[in-house]
Write a protein that binds this ligand. Structure first.
Ligand code: FE2
Ligand code: FE2
Length: 225
């Protein structure tokens, strides 16, 4: 059994069940028309969560915990799309206990996974949770939309489909976290985009503030926040 402090993203990736559950979850929610929550999304959220805390000068271990929470955050989709943050946290609890991870570290990861959904009233309950919220909500791109008929798009599909480019930038000197989007206004105007995206933006703003940063939103070079 490994010493408690050596559980890393690499350890989690080595567990063959993790990727299988995540892939199955993505397939299941695809059947109800949800956007892609594939391996690419897990890897990106993991990387961005690490990068946010690392750039802001948090400890290497905190950044590593964020990379693990970011990687695992959507695993609960295998149970149900609704409440997947909470079901995912319970699944991850069992996995990390069986890996003999330090209970304090498990707790931080569970809090982050269980608080990443806006529908479930998620909050930045710790720095890892704040990083995962910012990383997850900034993964917007038209390639994530699986539906092909524009008429069947939900507002969430439209906000994703309109995005041609997205980037999350962290400026540690000015303490500013910027989400920069380039959108195609034939699918969504800038104002409409902001309206549809408001709950996510409020979550990002609060997450940035939790990390003592200001949140900035730039859509087609227009500063909306
Ligand atoms: Fe999620
Ligand atoms: Fe996600």
């Amino acid at each position: 059994m490994q010493p408690a402090d050596l559980i890393t993203l690499k350890t989690i990736r080595k567990n063959p069940l993790v990727e299988r559950y995540m892939n199955q979850g993505n397939t299941f929610i695809g059947h109800i028309g949800a956007i892609e929550h594939d391996q690419r999304h897990a890897e990106l959220v993991s990387f961005l969560s690490y990068d946010i805390l690392n750039t802001l000068g948090h400890s290497r271990r905190e950044a590593e915990l964020a990379s693990m929470a970011g990687y695992l955050h959507d695993i609960g989709n295998v149970v149900n799309r609704y409440g997947h943050g909470m079901s995912g946290a319970i699944m991850v609890f069992d996995m990390l206990v069986s890996m003999n991870m330090d209970p304090e570290e498990i707790a931080v990861i569970l809090g982050a996974i269980g608080n990443h959904e806006e529908r479930a009233n998620g909050h930045s309950v710790n720095p890892i949770a704040a990083a995962v919220i910012l990383a997850d909500k900034s993964d917007l791109h038209q390639s994530r939309v699986r539906k092909t008929e524009l008429e069947s798009f939900t507002p969430r599909d439209r906000v994703n489909f309109a995005v041609k480019e997205s980037a999350l930038m962290v400026n540690p000197d000015k303490q500013i976290i910027t989400l920069q989007l380039k959108i195609d206004t034939q699918y969504c105007s800038v104002v409409e985009y902001f309206e549809i995206f408001l709950t996510k933006m409020v979550m990002c703003k609060r997450a940035a503030e939790y990390l003592n940063c200001q949140f900035e939103l730039l859509i087609n070079d227009v500063k909306l926040l």
